[in-house]
Design a protein around this ligand. Structure first.
Ligand code: XMP
Length: 509
């Protein structure tokens, strides 16, 4: 494996994903991790990430100097490169305009005899973002790349396997970045590229069997990607020792509950589907305030799950679909709190169990999807767009009724269906319909109507913190509109939401 040592760079996870894309297993560790712990991982190479600090500042994150004497190759990126230079006798200084403070796309010239740039073009674009530069390169290092502004864009000491680059090979803007990372892994570290999802799947199953032994496992299945893949893995590993409790709160999209149940029919496990629609709807009756709706649903969810757990009795293990981005600690160590992820809030307090099983702890989202495919989960579950825990309750504005939910389910289904037929769904981050509870006047046939306005929402985003409204082609929107007003009763007007986040949020409530 390779260890990515994190100095607080914004791209730390991206580096790890790139390494795994090259079929080499890799983990991200904070730079404060003791050297003995790093050694115990038996890495074939280290990658030092970028970071916001300057190496010459007194409190800047450092490494134990002994890391340079382990005989293990190191690739330093940006701050990581400067750190290496700083430790090995070079000098890093603040860049002035004259000495190569560089940001953005930069035409770069490479020495292709260097293993890092083997079989790559001698000139290509890299992505720079650094305010410091290496005034003096350490002894033993040669310069292997330069730009017009900067003589030492990359340095290498081949004899020790130390490589440093000022730019960010992990981002897409660096044209041959992934190939450079691949060269480091294969040409320098001697990786064999054995890390594939098929192998991971087998070893994860073995690991779960090992942890669980003959014990019983309880899992709350929401139907989302993470809990579904965790459930599939556990079902494959321990079969009937697993009980999945799937609380159907009646706020799911069209046919969703049945699809989830069907997806798990191929495994011999205890699958409990709780039909709790009535309970949820009666508790939500007359409630219009968005936060109150969320609270009621969260509480009721726990209550239903708790009742089911009581029927099952004490179990040894509670399984959760925690994934790697929830687990990675901050590189700067100081505020290294590990988020504990719950698909439904606060569950463990209410359930009698001894230990947690988190079989997806080491996987990124795209890897979780891949594992799901490996396990034979259907594509519609594996590649699902995010769906809020409180379900359609946040997409029916104001009071929720069964009737409104049914109208929304039909309309939302048509929207998704038409986007899929047009091949537009794959490029969208999230897309759905919202039933505004506003009514307006329309005309159908010879008659006046007074019906609901439906809103369509589609966004693109990389992190869901900010989002852009999607430019869906007019003809697709037109087909959606015609179909919905014709096929769904009680909707006579359709609008498309053209606000980005901020100032709007993705969901309407
Ligand atoms: P907003 O509306 O805040 O949504 O821009 C950002 C992302 O989070 C999802 N979302 C939720 N997910 N429980 C969830 O599990 C919730 O209560 C919830 N509210 C919003 C939303 O679908 C979007 O992907």
């Amino acid at each position: 494996r390779v260890v990515v040592l994190d100095f607080g760079g914004q791209y730390n996870q991206l580096i790890a994903r790139r390494v795994r894309e090259c079929n080499v297993y890799c983990e991200v560790k904070p730079c404060t991790t003791p050297l003995s712990e790093l050694q115990a991982m038996h890495p074939i190479g280290f990658i030092f990430t970028g970071g916001p600090s300057s190496v010459y500042e007194p409190d800047s994150p450092q490494v134990a100097p002994a890391i340079f004497s382990l005989g293990i190759p190191i690739l330093g990126i940006c701050y990581g490169c400067q750190l290496m230079a700083h430790h090995l006798g070079g000098k890093v200084s603040p860049a002035t305009d004259a000495t190569a403070r560089e940001y953005g796309r930069t035409e770069t010239f490479f020495d292709t005899t260097s293993p890092l740039f083997k079989n790559l073009p001698a000139q290509s674009v890299t992505w720079m973002s650094h305010g410091d530069y290496m005034e003096r390169v350490p002894d033993g290092f040669s310069l292997t790349a330069h730009s017009d502004a900067c003589p030492n864009v990359a340095i290498a000491d081949e004899s020790r396997g130390f490589y440093g680059v000022q730019y960010h090979p992990e981002v897409n803007h660096t044209e041959y970045g992934v190939k450079m990372i691949r060269n480091f892994l294969y040409e320098v570290c001697g990786a064999h590229g054995q890390w594939t999802m098929g192998d991971y799947c087998k070893s994860a199953i073995a690991q779960v069997r090992n942890q669980v032994g003959g014990g019983r496992v309880l899992l709350a299945l929401s139907g989302g990607v993470d809990s579904s893949v965790a459930a599939a893995l556990l079902a494959e590993a321990v079969g009937r020792q697993l009980t999945c409790v799937f609380v159907d709160h009646g706020l799911m999209r069209k046919d969703e509950g049945d699809e989830v149940e069907a997806a798990f029919s191929k495994w011999d496990l205890n699958f409990v589907r709780v039909d709790a629609e009535e309970r949820f709807l009666s508790r939500l009756s007359g409630v219009t305030e968005p936060e109150r709706k969320r609270k009621i649903i969260g509480e009721e969810f726990i209550r239903v799950f708790e009742e089911e757990a009581k029927k099952i009795g004490a179990v040894e293990f509670l399984a959760q679909g925690t994934i790697y981005p929830d687990v990675i600690e901050s590189g700067l160590g100081a505020s290294a709190t590990i988020k504990s992820h719950h698909n439904v809030g606060g569950l463990p307090d209410y359930v009698d169990f001894k230990e947690i099983v988190e079989p997806l702890r080491m996987l990124f989202k795209d890897e979780v999807r891949q594992l799901g495919r490996e396990l034979g989960l259907p594509e519609y579950l594996v590649s699902r767009q995010p769906f809020p825990g409180p379900g359609l309750s946040v997409r029916v504005i104001g009071e929720i009724t069964r009737e409104k939910l049914d109208i929304l389910r039909e309309a939302d289904f048509i929207f998704r269906d038409e986007l899929h037929k047009a091949g537009a769904d794959a490029s969208l981050s999230q897309y759905f319909a919202v039933l505004t509870s506003m009514r307006s006047v329309g005309v159908m046939g010879d008659g006046r109507t007074y019906d609901y306005t439906l809103a369509l929402r589609a966004v693109n985003t990389s992190d869901f913190m900010t989002a852009d409204w999607a430019r869906i082609p007019y003809d697709v929107l037109d087909r959606v509109s015609v179909r919905i007003v014709n096929e769904v009763r009680s909707i006579n007007r359709i609008v498309y939401d053209i606000t980005s986040k901020p100032p709007a949020t993705i969901e309407w409530e």
